[in-house]
Design a protein around this ligand. Structure first.
Ligand SMILES: Nc1ncnc2c1ncn2[C@@H]1O[C@H](COP(=O)(O)OP(=O)(O)OP(=O)(O)O)[C@@H](O)[C@H]1O
Ligand SMILES: [Mg+2]
Length: 361
């Protein structure tokens, strides 16, 4: 899979620009604050329907303009595909091959993308939210049923949480079992898919980490142990857990168990990375997880995703930079950096210099 070209119109600091990418290494370089990350963001947005930087889509529109329009042509999973997004104050309109799509589920899966930036350290350092976000985005790209189950789960969960705040306790007690039946059906789909995903991701992440550290460190990932078993069993167990905790949830005013509380445990040399890993270890661990994600896409669908490396080169030492670049062979990689990296010399690289929201030709 790869992005052939990209058009940006009134997107972030771009007025109008067109990019041509190659199948291999593409380097966006230039001084700070010129639009390198903005371009990388647009690529990821068109692949996944989500910005890696913000949930406020209005921010994507160039200041002072009414709307942004971005589009790209990609060699996707099912052949060439045109993806476009018109973003305005009132929302967005995404089209795949000219057909308007109403659900993000219809966009996902056309072109896979993995985004890595220094912010991804949050995957290791922050609370479970970031790790769930990672799983959700990654698994949703691979599995439409997962994405749909997740959307429905979130909707019902929100309704359940609203209900828990109701003053009419008997209404709550009467209604909860009905909600929970539905909630647990989707929860089981989510929990099972996550367990399966982590089972595949863990050995790949360990491999990548060993590779990046020359075998000096051992990275282990383990899924949430709370929910083991098949979908039917998980559904029943979660239903029981919720039923036994009505009082607790009413007191709290929200639902305190379920996949929206899951986590992944990430350890370096057997010690919880969240609290104990050094900066360098954290950075390498995050990168290993992302490289494992790249590998999963290939294993699951036979093709590599588009790998976007935003500003990560400067953060790694030279041996690790070299290793990273050596991993990026055979797939389309879009790298942003302030200097066209020395480690890239000698390789066939499509260098694009960015200045003030435009390509410097
Ligand atoms: N909606 C917007 N409208 C206009 N300009 C914007 C908008 N959003 C961001 N910008 C501007 O885009 C500029 C470039 O941002 P970007 O993050 O792409 O820089 P960069 O080239 O990646 O720089 P760095 O090397 O520091 O990471 C910033 O100065 C920012 O203020
Ligand atoms: Mg940047």
């Amino acid at each position: 899979m790869y992005i052939k070209n990209l058009q940006l119109k009134n997107f972030r600091n771009y007025a109008e620009e067109k990019f041509e990418f190659t199948q291999g290494l593409n380097v966006l370089f230039g001084r700070n604050a010129q639009g390198k990350t903005n371009c990388a963001e647009a690529v990821f947005y068109l692949c996944t329907g989500t910005s890696p930087r913000t949930r406020k889509e209005k921010q994507l529109i160039k200041n002072g303009e009414d709307g942004a329009f971005i589009s790209c042509t990609c060699a996707g999973r099912y052949g060439d595909v045109e993806i476009s997004a018109a973003i305005s104050e009132n929302g967005r309109e995404v089209k795949v091959n000219g057909n308007k799509i109403t659900r993000n589920a219809d966009l996902l899966g056309n072109v896979f993308a993995v985004f890595f930036s220094p912010q991804e350290l949050r995957l290791i350092q922050d609370g479970p939210d970031e790790r769930r976000r990672f799983m959700n985005l990654s698994i949703s790209q691979l599995s439409r049923p997962y994405y749909i189950a997740l959307s429905r789960y979130n909707k019902i969960l929100e309704q359940r949480n609203n209900l828990l705040k109701n003053r009419d306790i008997s209404l709550i007690y009467d209604t909860l079992p009905v909600w929970d039946e539905q909630l647990c059906k989707y929860a089981a789909v989510i929990a099972c898919a996550r367990a399966e995903y982590i089972k595949k991701l863990a050995p790949l992440a360990s491999d990548a980490h060993r590779f990046l550290t020359d075998g000096r460190e051992e990275l282990t990932l383990s899924p949430d142990k709370k929910y083991k078993g098949d979908e039917e069993l998980l559904k029943k167990r979660l239903f029981d857990e919720l039923s036994q905790n009505y009082d607790r949830d009413i007191r709290l005013g929200y639902t305190a168990s379920g996949p929206h509380r899951d986590d992944i445990t990430i350890c370096v040399d057997g010690i919880d990375a969240k609290n104990y890993a050094s900066q360098g270890q954290t950075r390498t661990a995050a990168l290993s997880v992302k490289l494992a994600e790249v590998e999963i896409f290939r294993q699951e669908c036979g093709e590599y995703p588009v790998l976007i490396l935003d500003d990560v080169m400067s953060e790694l030492d030279l041996p690790r930079r070299k290793k990273l670049v050596s991993r990026a062979v055979g797939l389309q990689t879009i790298i942003t950096c302030t200097h066209a990296e020395r480690v890239l010399y000698g390789q066939e690289v499509n260098k694009i210099m960015i200045e003030g929201g435009a390509i410097k030709r």
